[in-house]
Design a protein around this ligand. Sequence first.
Ligand SMILES: Nc1ncnc2c1ncn2[C@@H]1O[C@H](COP(=O)(O)OP(=O)(O)O)[C@@H](O)[C@H]1O
Ligand SMILES: N[C@@H](CCC(=O)OP(=O)(O)O)C(=O)O
Length: 372
Amino acid sequence: MREKVSKARRWVVKIGSALLTADGRGLDRGAMAVWVEQMVALRRAGVELVLVSSGAVAAGMSRLGWSERPGTIHELQAAAAVGQMGLVQAWESSFAEHGLQTAQVLLTHDDLSDRKRYLNARSTLRTLVDLGVIPVINENDTVVTDEIRFGDNDTLAALVANLVEADLLVILTDRDGMFDADPRHNPDAQLIFEARADDPSLDAVAGGTGGALGRGGMQTKLRAARLAARSGANTIIVGGRIERVLDRLKGSERLGTLLTPERSRYAARKQWLAGHLQMRGTLSLDAGAVRALLEQRKSLLPVGVTAVEGNFRRGEMVVCLGPDGREVARGLVNYSAADAQRIIGLSTEAIEQELGYIDEPELVHRDNLVLV
Ligand SMILES: Nc1ncnc2c1ncn2[C@@H]1O[C@H](COP(=O)(O)OP(=O)(O)O)[C@@H](O)[C@H]1O
Ligand SMILES: N[C@@H](CCC(=O)OP(=O)(O)O)C(=O)O
């Protein structure tokens, strides 16, 4: 079962406020350094990493000398703005000690629900990961309003896992994992080692909300696992203070709670694309492009496309048809219909000349392509 974890290539690691702030006494830099060491080791082992870090509000409270979580949203946002500085600074200096660079990425709900911004966020994150930089993501607390807040970073981390098509979401928290009852009130509660994310009996055990600093509790972690499962990712909820926790997970050790998707990664991804997006147009492919997609699992380049139909925008879903008119794939397109029309049949070098810019050399990247 745990080889699902050791074999995962792309991880999103989420670290909650409760852990990061040593229960309210500012950022726990010592603990951060220990996770950084393990994340560096993961990277060196070929794992692609994205970090979702909470702790801005808690760090800001400590910097401002506030001992209680403020009541108004503006005070919370002010605390987050102050604390985010310290948070990214701490991550940056800690990773820098190992020669790794970090990047701050602040996201809101709108960024992930608007197709165009979604695709841009995705491309930027992919570029950062390819560059070997560790993206450090948090919610953009200063600009969000109550209605559009993620609120807890568990949900944000799950949506990031969808966004970057992670194989694994690791939620580090202050308990060893998900118990069959809230361990704060039930000393006999037992750790759940494995379950299907969609198992309805989990709803009852994850009832309680978060601690004094965190927002979510187990309920949002369970919901996050279900969201992550939609794009086929496995989720581990595990104690961040367990010694060498990330190393040991990578080594298939049975730590924490593993929540698995009900379908295979591929089937889940396909369903997710289909369920989330309406078809906006079609691309007709020549025989060479069909072979490149189906046999070599490559991205679709403009050079192999013979016709464009529909009025789609960048980031929307299109259907790819073979020379016989049969559907061979569907996926998220990197160019609008008007721009696609101008670049079909062109080699990669000619695209920039034609458009004056180049977003991506692929018309549809293979990560965003589902073969039929
Ligand atoms: N079934 C459960 N198993 C484990 N922890 C639970 C459960 N139900 C509620 N909790 C509580 O959830 C807390 C973790 O959530 P939270 O405080 O939001 O942390 P974080 O900041 O890591 O997101 C734990 O300290 C625990 O008391
Ligand atoms: N964006 C907020 C995180 C919200 C939050 O509390 O998240 P979590 O501790 O993961 O439940 C912050 O940085 O303080």
